[in-house]
Design a protein around this ligand. Structure first.
Ligand SMILES: *Cc1c(COP(=O)(O)O)cnc(C)c1O
Length: 423
């Protein structure tokens, strides 16, 4: 029988990534399925922070150029470590800023409206911060977002159709910004096809990789994507508020950053203190000010884990986990009005399961009471992210069993069906 626990245990025994779990701090009696909101702390990330603290202690100002990871080159070094995760060469990636500030930087750099092309194409399902940033960039250019931000509609409220996006690529579109994976349904957007279609029409295209970085492999350079940006505290386990990252395609390197600062400088020129900026020739040009060294530090350890585990193995296990999750849900929870609202097929399914249920808010509270950490998404969504580096098939099995008990016993009813401040 598919539902027997022994199957989960067997999958765990066969798992080539099983040794990574013990590198993470996982609370006792907790099943953590929220790694797509905040990844867990690894011992390697913790040690990396300690080594940066040690450099500060010992070297003080000289830590910028001395110690094991001189801070002056840290953003570039982390960019090098991140490049394989997005299929880029090392000069195309820099670890800097946050998702939202990087989006501001990239739109300020790439959105050059003229008489003919003066609109930005986005979608109606993206994370609010991206939309706020796009609207404010339009306003800065004196353009009304109501007329100049075009948002592709979703037919089912959860997913986007590639053809609908292509149909939106009209003559007046100058720039396209889309998520790589939708944060609610976990749908993977076809970045390769969309890039090809955008370029056929002379439109610049960039992607927000927040939910795909560290969860699926990318080939940004091969696909010829113009730019991308992402956070590092979700699947990359960089810690709360860890420094974000961006990618700029080689063909655009040398472009003047839309938002300049002294860290946009060529490294050897920066301390000449001239009032004319000589931008770096690599993606480092899109930095603004002094790097946030302490919140970049965990990535030194965390990205090493990704290098060792390899994105292909991570993706393979992730697909197996989510597939197993869906199989069990379909067998065990048929009586309880759950809808699996993430895409089913491997091609378009990202790293998490998205369940819809009218009582989602309080079912999440009941799960938490039982030691399972899900992620509620207003108004009726439950995100469950089994993370390849530290979650197990047995945890998936336990979770479905617990969900079934919660529904059978109606134990969710003792909670209010309302979201908390952070959800
Ligand atoms: C998590 C997330 C953000 C968060 O932006 P920050 O600047 O890191 O706060 C933005 N966009 C998407 C799609 C996200 O998933």
């Amino acid at each position: 029988m598919k539902t027997e626990k022994s199957i989960a245990i067997q999958y765990d025994q066969e798992d080539p990534l099983q040794s990574f779990r013990k590198e993470f701090y996982i609370s006792d009696n907790t099943i953590y399925f929220d790694g797509n909101s905040l990844g867990l702390l690894s011992k390697r990330a913790e040690q990396a922070v300690e080594s940066i603290m040690e450099a500060w202690k010992r070297h003080a100002i000289d830590g910028w150029t001395e110690g094991t990871h001189p801070w002056f080159y840290l953003s570039e070094q982390l960019g090098d470590l991140s490049a394989p995760l997005v299929g880029a060469s090392t000069d195309e990636v820099i670890v800097t800023g946050s998702t939202t500030t990087n989006l501001h930087q990239l739109v300020a750099t790439f959105f050059k409206p003229d008489e003919k092309r003066n609109k930005i194409l986005a979608d109606e399902l993206n994370f609010p911060s991206d939309i706020y940033a796009l609207k404010s960039q339009l306003k800065l250019k004196g353009l009304d977002p109501d007329d100049h931000l075009v948002q592709i509609k979703s037919k089912d409220g959860n997913t986007l159709q590639t053809q609908d996006i292509i149909d939106g690529m009209q003559d007046d579109i100058a720039l396209i910004v889309l998520p790589s994976i939708l944060y609610r349904s976990g749908q993977i957007v076809d970045m390769e096809t969309l890039t090809k279609e955008a370029h056929k029409r002379g439109i610049i295209i960039g992607f927000d990789l927040c939910h795909s970085i560290g969860s699926i492999p990318h080939q940004l350079t091969e696909w010829d994507v113009d730019f991308a940006f992402w956070c590092t505290y979700k699947h990359l386990n960089g810690g709360p508020g860890s420094v974000g990252a961006l990618y700029v395609n080689k063909k655009h390197l040398g472009k003047e950053p839309g938002l300049a600062g002294w860290f946009s400088s060529a490294k050897d020129k920066q301390f000449d203190m001239e009032h004319t900026l000589t931008p770096a020739e690599d993606a480092g040009a899109f930095q603004i000010g002094t790097p946030h060294v302490l919140s970049a530090a965990p990535l030194l350890g965390s990205l090493e884990i990704f290098k060792e585990a390899g994105m292909d193995q991570i993706r393979e296990k992730s697909l197996k986990l989510t597939n197993y999750f869906m199989e069990l849900i379909e067998i065990e929870l048929t009586d309880y009005a759950f809808t699996i609202a993430n895409p089913r097929d491997d091609q378009t399914r990202g790293g998490h399961i998205f369940l819809e249920h009218p009582e989602a808010a309080r079912i999440c509270k009941a799960l938490k009471e039982n030691g399972i950490v899900p992620d509620f998404r207003n108004p009726n969504g439950i995100r469950l992210a089994p993370v390849a580096l530290y979650n197990t098939f047995e945890e998936v099995w336990e979770t479905v069993k617990t969900l079934k008990e919660i529904m059978q016993e109606e134990s969710y009813k003792k909670f209010e069906n309302k979201r908390g401040v952070i959800a």
